[in-house]
Design a protein around this ligand. Structure first.
Ligand code: SF4
Ligand code: SF4
Ligand code: FES
Ligand code: FES
Length: 714
């Protein structure tokens, strides 16, 4: 099967050659440098092995090296499929239960037999994490003449920015607002690569910080120590898991994992996607799924309002994807083979998040994306802090926020580090203020009407009603016809079209609409339109399934059908950077309201409850620790017995699996909270290095063929 995305509205088709590899003895093809999990998904293989405890099917969950659910045996060694690149002619087998130790024969032919001293790289600052915060910090430090080593576990820099096809919010002057995440990543990466003060180590895993201030890193199977004067942890965040029946089925995975498969590796991960969680990550993942040609069955959120930006939610609903508020997932139900997802059972919840009896319904899907929030990857920070090392953190490792805020926090951290190293640098108060604004949660939703504009024939209609930190529409209009107005006097104020205030009148140049990250501005043009009718330009970032002359369903910002309009042009100029402007002829009234073209036109109405007998029966328990298959019931029983030291729970093996407790610890803390145990009464589990699995032989440092791309002394 071809599980690859060949046509995408934003991303260029993948380039580069293909290599052969073998899966269970069968020859398959992978792109050069592609990770095993993506190559297998592209070939339609989503089951990577079986669980050691009950033999159940295993697959990916995080696609980010964090959860250890994706083990396979590659050329005789167990590896994480999501972070291990396919090598030509690699022989890959599923990991059935506990992987066997490599054979003597394997050791004779494959293991290194010549060893070397561990090299040490001296530097002023070690930066762990090459996302927006780490990149910004490295550049700022270089600007002050401070040398740094930038360490990232991925083959390229940019962090999560490389997954973001949408344009960014924030301010144009401070953080590239209005530019796509993938393009911001390139800009920041180029800035870093051009500075001689920065040594970049990609595909490098930082595994521990030691009391002698050294950081152990593994690169290309070699062990290296980095010895800095100060450390910056900018290692981002990992996705939180959720516990519900069937949550461990392959086919249930993190929304970020999905974006990795779809936007980084251009793999068609599924065809019917169901999303749990209405934060920005879940909302954006739904949009990315539609861009990649997948069907978004629904997105549910337990709260009565999405916690992400309303403009993100509006983008989904006006393409025809249902967003159900005050709903929860009861179970992911197995498909006919019992190894993947076939449907989900959902239900309404009341104000205290209790399921409303009789509201259950079953929705068919093949993938469940969990977007339950993020938790900081800050283990190395805590390790360094405990040793009294000069350590700082920035970006999501410090506080979960948008990438725009992460860039600011990287800059601020760089200034703090410079001061700690004895280089006096002022941190302007305005920096902190701007960062706080960029970190702001969405504010009030205004009831003001979006549009209509008397006395002028061409005007923008701004369907942006919620206070968010954003201003590209203002910057885009060089006539000054859009301003932010509100009580805060900051980026959080709402945008208004002010035809009397600017330099001239609206020319219908489309710029405000094209550069709006929320795709929340339409342009109405009544010139040359028949009486009572108007042209409306609607921004569109999907592969159109219509052409000039088609009649398309027009939707308002809430996804409500208005009327059919006729497509009269599809404007696609180079400066629009792939945001199409669809020119539609409609009634004048509809033109003032329309901001969406329904894309998912054949969506089944999931609002109709199913017959109760169609609800699948109970199929197991809620798993909390997926590595060791420990259930919610088992953990709750211990909590009710009075255990408050999380280390005691290791007796039933939770937090003892190969992810080192990274996935289940937040869920266990939640159980304590649900059982009424205050957080200050709980003893945290003891964490011990290493922070990532490393084959033991690496520490013997076998000599490898490849020349290191960094300078070190031994
Ligand atoms: S269409 Fe052009 S001139 Fe009119 S408000 Fe938007 S940016 Fe300004
Ligand atoms: S209308 Fe303006 S403030 Fe609202 S999302 Fe678009 S660019 Fe941002
Ligand atoms: S899916 Fe590979 S480590 Fe999580
Ligand atoms: S989920 Fe990995 S140890 Fe519990």
């Amino acid at each position: 099967m071809n599980g690859r995305i060949d046509s995408h509205p934003i991303l260029a088709p993948a380039r580069g050659g293909m290599v052969d590899f073998f899966w269970k003895g069968k020859k398959l093809r992978a792109r050069e440098g592609e990770v095993i999990s993506s190559a297998l998904f592209a070939a339609g293989e989503k089951i990577f092995g079986s669980h050691k405890k009950d033999g159940s099917a295993m697959g990916i969950f995080c696609a980010n090296g964090q959860c250890s659910q994706c083990l396979v045996v590659a050329d005789g060694l167990p590896v994480k499929a999501c972070v291990t690149a396919v090598r030509p002619d690699m022989h890959i087998m599923p990991c059935e239960g506990v992987p066997a130790a490599p054979s003597e024969e394997w050791a004779r032919t494959n293991a290194g037999h010549e060893f070397q001293m561990v090299p040490v790289i001296r530097t002023q600052v070690a930066i762990i994490g090459g996302g927006p915060a780490g990149l910004k910090a490295a550049s700022q430090l270089a600007g002050m003449g401070i040398r740094s080593v930038l360490i990232d576990d991925k083959p390229r820099l940019g962090g999560k920015l490389v997954l973001q096809t949408h344009t960014f919010f924030g301010s144009v002057e401070d953080c590239f607002a209005g530019t796509r995440g993938i393009d911001i990543a390139v800009k920041l990466e180029n800035e870093v690569l051009s500075q001689p003060e920065i040594t970049v180590m990609t595909s490098t895993q930082a595994v521990a910080v030691f009391s002698d201030r050294r950081i152990g890193v593994v690169k290309n199977g070699s062990y290296v120590l980095v010895e800095p004067d100060a450390i910056l942890i900018a290692s981002g965040a990992r996705e939180k898991a959720l516990s519900f029946k069937g949550c461990e089925l392959p086919g249930v995975y993190g929304a970020g994992a999905f974006q990795t498969l779809v936007n980084r590796d251009l793999v068609r991960a599924s065809s019917k996607v169901f999303i749990v969680g209405g934060g920005n990550v879940g909302l954006i993942a739904g949009y990315h799924a539609m861009q990649a040609g997948m069907h978004v069955v629904a997105l549910i959120e337990a709260l009565p309002k999405v916690s992400g930006y309303k403009v993100h939610k509006d983008k989904l609903v006006r393409l025809g994807a249902p967003v159900l508020l005050s709903h929860t997932i009861l179970s992911a139900n197995p498909d006919a083979a019992g190894t993947g997802v076939g449907s989900v059972t959902i239900a309404k919840v009341d104000a205290s998040f209790k399921t409303v009896p009789g509201s259950e319904r079953v929705v068919a899907c093949d993938t469940v994306l969990v977007a339950a929030g993020l938790s900081p990857c800050d283990e190395l920070y805590r390790q360094a802090e405990a040793f009294g090392i000069k350590v700082f953190r920035a970006g999501d490792a410090e506080e979960i926020a948008e990438a725009s805020a992460a860039m600011f926090s990287g800059g601020i951290a760089a200034a703090k580090i410079a001061n700690a190293l004895g280089i006096k640098v002022e941190i302007p108060a305005v920096f902190q203020k701007k960062m706080n604004i960029l970190k702001s949660r969405p504010g009030n939703i205004s009831a003001r009407p979006a549009g209509g504009c008397s006395g002028v024939e061409v005007y923008p209609v701004i369907h942006c009603f919620e206070e968010i930190p954003c201003n590209p529409c203002v910057t885009a209009c060089n006539k000054g016809l859009i301003i932010l107005r509100g009580s805060s006097g900051t980026l959080m104020d709402l945008p208004y079209f002010v035809p009397g205030d600017g330099k001239g009148t609206c020319s219908g140049c489309l710029r405000c609409s094209v550069f709006c990250p929320g795709l929340a501005i339409s342009i109405v043009d009544k010139r040359k339109a028949p009486p009572g009718r108007a042209f409306v330009f609607i921004p569109f970032e999907l592969v159109p399934d219509f052409s000039v002359g088609s009649h398309v369903p027009l939707l308002d910002a809430e996804g409500v059908f208005i009327e059919e309009g006729e497509v009269v042009d599809i404007v696609d100029r180079k400066w629009q950077d792939k945001t199409l402007m669809i020119k539609v002829l409609a009634s004048a009234n509809a033109a003032d309201r329309a901001i969406g073209i329904k894309y998912q036109r054949d969506a089944e109405d999931i609002r109709v409850p199913v017959r109760p007998e169609a609800v699948p029966g109970d199929h197991g328990e809620n798993i909390v620790c997926r590595c060791e298959k420990v259930t919610d019931r088992e953990i709750r029983a211990m909590v009710r017995e009075g255990f408050t030291d999380m280390n005691s729970l290791k007796a039933i093996r939770c937090m003892m699996g190969s992810c080192g407790g990274k996935t289940c610890t937040p869920l266990i803390k939640r159980i304590f909270a649900e059982e009424g145990v205050p957080s200050d009464k709980i003893t945290d589990p003891v964490r011990r290095p290493l922070e990532a699995e490393v084959p033991l032989g690496v520490f013997a440092n076998p000599r490898i063929e490849e020349e290191p791309d960094y300078e070190a002394r031994v």
